[in-house]
Design a binder for this molecule. Structure first.
Ligand SMILES: *[C@@H]1O[C@H](CO)[C@@H](O)[C@H](O)[C@H]1NC(C)=O
Ligand SMILES: *[C@@H]1O[C@H](CO)[C@@H](O)[C@H](O)[C@H]1NC(C)=O
Length: 422
């Protein structure tokens, strides 16, 4: 009987202990979720500790913008909800540093030492990190990597030889990838042709290219040849991937500020679009100066939310970002004033990288207080099926996505034909 009592007392004790322990454990887990800031700080501290001597390779790191000149609009602060999703927390912590006047630029690390290799930290900050796709995990690890080494540069792109005029009215920047030779050539022969257009306005073109993954055939000798021959390829040493497009556009921004700082306008777009360059230039030329200096125009997607279908190319996990997207111009092709490049770059140092490049641009511009302006001439989702062969419809548009190199050539010839009567 006594034994029985001792046993039940023991069982009772153990049960009590287990209950107590599980509450404790829950509390520990809870406080982890509720106070993620400390962990985030820990992350950036770690990143600083790991700084390695800078690599010899050139990169386009621009001088630090003065922190005090950078501000983030209330519009953006109100659009992006405060919640437990990782990106939302990163933004909040970055804004808090900015408001305190601290250097908010946690991501100044070298290219060689910037990747977060401490997976445990990421798992602490993103509770279901291990359920993310490999590519998405990869994106998170590289979120602070912003200055890839330069492989091919065109430092003289925006300077004319001799006594030529150095002004650039329109800089066309086309996102391409190493293997897309045919697309680039179609663009060069048509809408991306460099030169002086109506009213003496100069257009210059660059293609933005990353590097091929190791398992792909090595196209670098061909690409170097192409770069020497056409002098329009910019290549950086990061892998081509959809999730690296934000990095690509950001690196281009750094390039443009350094090598083409006086461009009046920049067109950013894909290599599989058709652009009616004369229509585009007339439009830009007709703008009032006040509008021309704060232009962000394209096909506006104004009420988008993250897609939660894991099969989608644009999939964003709920634990990564929660909230609507600010209105943005579709990345197939949009225009921005050259005067906005510097503030865009400064504010991009406060807004953490987002895996979708055009959404990211929309966030940065919103932070600058600039809203995208819709223009019906930009058709990034293509036009009605029955109009796709109609030259007169194309003559009135500015951009259409998506067209093959052959279609691009045919359309270009067609809209320029003297026989065309609309
Ligand atoms: C354009 O820039 C080049 C290189 O910096 C310079 O040599 C040339 O004089 C400039 N031309 C004009 C018209 O300013
Ligand atoms: C982006 O580029 C870096 C550098 O090459 C690479 O390590 C990383 O895997 C790429 N990211 C994605 C998501 O492909």
């Amino acid at each position: 009987m006594r034994r029985f009592h001792t046993l039940s007392a023991l069982v009772l004790l153990v049960t009590l202990f287990l209950i107590f322990y599980s509450t404790l454990h829950l509390e520990v887990t809870y406080s982890r979720r509720a106070a993620p800031e400390d962990h985030l700080k820990h992350v950036s501290l770690q990143a600083h500790d790991r700084k390695t001597p800078s690599s010899k390779q050139e990169s386009f790191t621009t001088p630090h913008p003065n922190v005090h000149n950078v501000s983030v609009s209330d519009g953006l602060r109100q659009t992006i909800p405060q919640n437990g999703a990782y990106w939302n927390r990163l933004l909040r912590s970055s804004l808090r540093n900015l408001d305190k006047g601290d250097n908010p630029f946690g991501h100044d690390s070298d290219w060689s030492g910037c990747r977060e290799t401490n997976l445990e930290l990421l798992q602490t900050n993103v509770h279901d990190f291990t359920s993310y796709f490999a590519l998405f995990q990869d994106f998170l690890q590289g979120m602070n990597c912003r200055s890839p080494p330069v492989l091919l540069n065109q430092p003289n792109k925006c300077f004319s030889k001799g006594k030529g005029d150095n002004r650039t009215f329109l800089l066309i920047a086309i996102k391409s990838s190493p293997g897309n030779f045919e697309r680039r050539q179609a663009v060069r022969e048509t809408w991306g042709r460099e030169g002086v257009y109506q009213s003496g306005l100069r257009v210059r073109t660059v293609f933005l290219v990353g590097s091929s993954p190791l398992e792909d055939p090595d196209l670098s000798p061909l690409l170097s040849f192409e770069a020497r021959y056409f002098e329009d390829i910019l290549q950086w040493d990061f892998h081509e991937s959809f999730l690296n497009l934000t990095l690509k556009v950001n690196t281009f921004l750094q390039w443009a500020l350094k090598y083409c700082p006086h461009a009046s306008f920049v067109f950013s777009g894909d290599d599989d679009v058709f652009v009616n360059t004369p229509a585009l230039i007339s439009y830009l030329h007709s703008l009032e100066p006040s509008k021309a200096s704060r232009l962000y125009v394209g096909h506006v997607i104004s009420t988008a939310n993250p897609l939660r279908d894991p099969k989608s190319k644009y999939y964003i996990p709920l634990s990564f970002y929660e909230g609507p997207y600010p209105a943005y111009a579709g990345g197939g092709g949009f225009l921005i004033s050259g005067a906005l490049l510097q503030p865009f770059h400064s504010v991009s140092r406060i807004i953490p990288f987002f895996p979708i490049d055009d959404v990211y641009a929309g966030m940065c511009l919103k932070a600058m207080g600039v809203s995208p302006e819709a223009n019906a001439g930009f058709q990034t989702f293509d036009i009605k099926e029955e109009d796709r062969e109609n030259l007169c419809v194309h003559k009135d548009l500015i951009l259409i996505h998506q067209r093959s190199p052959q279609q691009v050539k045919k359309l270009w010839r067609g809209i320029h034909s003297p026989l065309l009567t609309c």
